[in-house]
Every structure is written in C-alpha cells, then in structure tokens.
Design a protein around this ligand. Structure first.
Ligand code: FES
Ligand code: FE2
Length: 342
C-alpha cells in the first residue's frame, strides 16, 4: 500500500498528553514521539535518540526537554540536543547533534503534525472539526490489517448500518430501505458532503435520550485522505462522529473514532451517563466495522477481485473517484491545484 505522506495527521488529542510522559505513535511509517513541556509547548520528533539510537519515548519530559532514558541526553521541541550530562564542564553540545522535529499545529483539541514534503505543506489542510471545540467528546483507537480506502468509507456508507450495526445503532438511526435516496452530494476536489433521512425506530430509552423525532436527519462528510464524519440530528441531542484513519505501516491501519455530542442542559440525571454511554456505543460501532474491514478480499486476495457498484452505491462511486484523483496527485508528489476552496 502507498503511504500518503503530504498531509496533516492527528497525532493525538490534547487530552492524551500528560506532562512527563512522552507518547509514542507510528504514523504513515514514521515512528514519532509526542511530548508536552512544563510550559505547555508541544513537540513531535522522531522517536530516536541520536546517541545510541534507542527510543526516546522510553525517557521522560523534564522542564522544556525530553530526556533520553539511557544516558540522559535532552532534546527540545525543535529536535536540538540541549544537554549531554556526561560532557566535560564548560563544553557545549555541538549544533549538529539533533533529531528530526515535525511541524505541529494545535487545532480542534488535537495535535496535528505534517509528515512529508515541506514545499507541499501549504496545500494540505486540517479538516473542519469545530464541534470538538464546543461539545464534550470521547475517543478510542483501533488498529487492524485493512484497506485504507474501505475504512475511509465505512462511516458514511448508509446502507451497511441496517446490517453491520443492527445491534448497536440501527434502531435509533433508523432504517434505510429500498427507497430511492437523494444524498444531496456536494463533491469538491478533495472533500465531499451529503445527507439523508432515516426513520427513528429507537427503544423508549433511546428515544428518551435522543428524542422522539420520527425522522432522523444525518449529514456526512469526507476529507481526503484521513477523516470521515457522520453528523446525526436528533431532537434532543446532536451526535457527531469523526473517524480519523491512517496507515501505521505497510499493512496496518489505525482508526481513531471521536464521538462528540451536543447535550441539553438541565438533563439531570442523564448527564452523568453521557461519557460511559457514548464510549460504549463508540467502541461497539468500531468493533462491528472492523470485523468486515479486516476480512475484505481486497487486502487478502492477490487475484484482484473488483467491486460491483449498483445505483444505491452512488456515494461510494463519487467517493471512489475523489479518492483516486487525490491519491494519484499525492503519490505523484505534486498536488493538483484545487479548483474549489478547500
Ligand atoms: S542512547 Fe540516548 S542518551 Fe544515550
Ligand atoms: Fe460502520
């Protein structure tokens, strides 16, 4: 599988970063360490001490630096080595002693990093995930051997919910049957959005929690190559699910699912159930999807079976075209000038 490098990736949520504890992650083949200094600066560097090439994430953060656990060399958020404890007094650390640091942006409660060609950085964008700045949310990470493109689509594939998620969200998200659905697609160069309506068949508890609306309006979106969104409008609360996904290495992908919800004030006592309830639902949704993602013939079969798309796969068809043109541009190492405003 091709690694899609010239993009901003969500390295972690701010909530995951505890001072003193560096966080190791592997994203599109790069082993990284993320750390937060005492003054709150966030650094993302390669997870390697240049002294003896051990993982820096085995060390800890002290003051404004990450300190290697082996012999105590220290690096700042720019990757420069700032201290070698065993240097004779008065001797300075040579400037050439440094490791690779990556560009970082803090946005939507997350740490975004750019891995790739610096010259193409201005072409890459961070998806609009504004709800994470307004609403409470829970998140989880799952890795599996799966096809990235199939994973990208799994959140907004409207017809799989009746089947894959029949035990988790089908009832309150309702049924989408044989009717001819107009998805109202808006397809741009590297992103797309759409919407549809479902019939609410939720249990009394679910209706009490989410609302008694007969029709549930759902909006969805995809931003190449790593983020999908499902935005569900119940009468009592809005639920927004993001999936951020990337290749860890050649055959493993990581999926981070973030579920945010708009809660209605004065909803005592349901308010106290929100986080555990949403986390349980969110985990279940991903686990149900992963069964199918991990067993797809596209990754297991070298014989090249092709998908057969029918009329109701209109969203998949448009998504597939969007994916292919962006993938080609990305792996050609030059991004086609976007004609839209993305
Ligand atoms: S290996 Fe990191 S300080 Fe020696
Ligand atoms: Fe799903």
């Amino acid at each position: 599988m091709e690694m899609i490098k010239n993009q901003w990736y969500l390295a972690c949520l701010l909530d995951e970063l505890k001072h003193q504890n560096p966080l190791p992650k592997k994203i599109v083949g790069e082993e990284l360490v993320i750390f937060k200094t005492e003054s709150g600066k966030i650094g993302v560097t390669e997870d390697r001490c240049c002294h003896r090439n051990v993982n820096l994430s085995l060390g800890r953060v002290e003051g404004e630096a990450i300190k290697c656990g082996y012999h105590g060399w220290e690096y700042n958020t720019q990757g420069a080595c700032t201290c070698i404890p065993s240097l004779p007094t008065g001797e300075k650390v040579p400037r050439t002693v440094k490791i690779q640091a990556y560009p970082v942006e803090i946005k939507h409660q997350g740490v975004w990093i750019y891995i790739g060609d610096e010259a193409l950085k201005s072409k890459a964008t961070i998806p609009p995930m504004d709800e994470l700045d307004e609403f409470p949310f829970v998140y989880n990470y799952h890795d599996c051997k799966a096809d990235l493109k199939l994973a990208a689509e799994s959140l907004f594939d409207a017809y799989h919910i009746n089947h894959v998620h029949r035990k988790s969200i089908k009832s309150f998200m309702g049924n989408l049957g044989a009717e001819d659905v107009n998805f109202n697609l808006n397809v741009q160069h590297s992103w797309m959005t759409g919407e549809y309506t479902r019939h609410n068949e939720g249990s009394i508890f679910e209706k009490f929690y989410f609302g008694f609306d007969k029709e549930i309006k759902t909006k969805f979106g995809f931003w190449f190559p790593h983020t999908s969104k499902l935005d569900i409008y119940f009468s009592k609360r809005r639920m927004v699910i993001y999936e951020h996904f990337y290749q860890v290495d050649e055959d493993t992908i990581m999926m981070c699912q973030i579920t945010a919800w708009e809660k209605i004030l004065n909803e005592f006592p349901l308010f106290f159930f929100d986080k555990p309830f949403m986390l349980r639902k969110s985990n279940k949704i991903v686990e149900e999807d992963l069964v199918f993602l991990a067993n797809n013939k596209r990754i297991k079969d070298e014989t090249g079976h092709r998908d057969i798309l029918i009329q109701s796969d209109a969203v998949t068809f448009e998504f597939s075209k969007l994916w292919n043109r962006n993938l080609k541009a990305n792996t050609d190492e030059k991004l086609v000038e976007a004609e839209d405003n993305d």
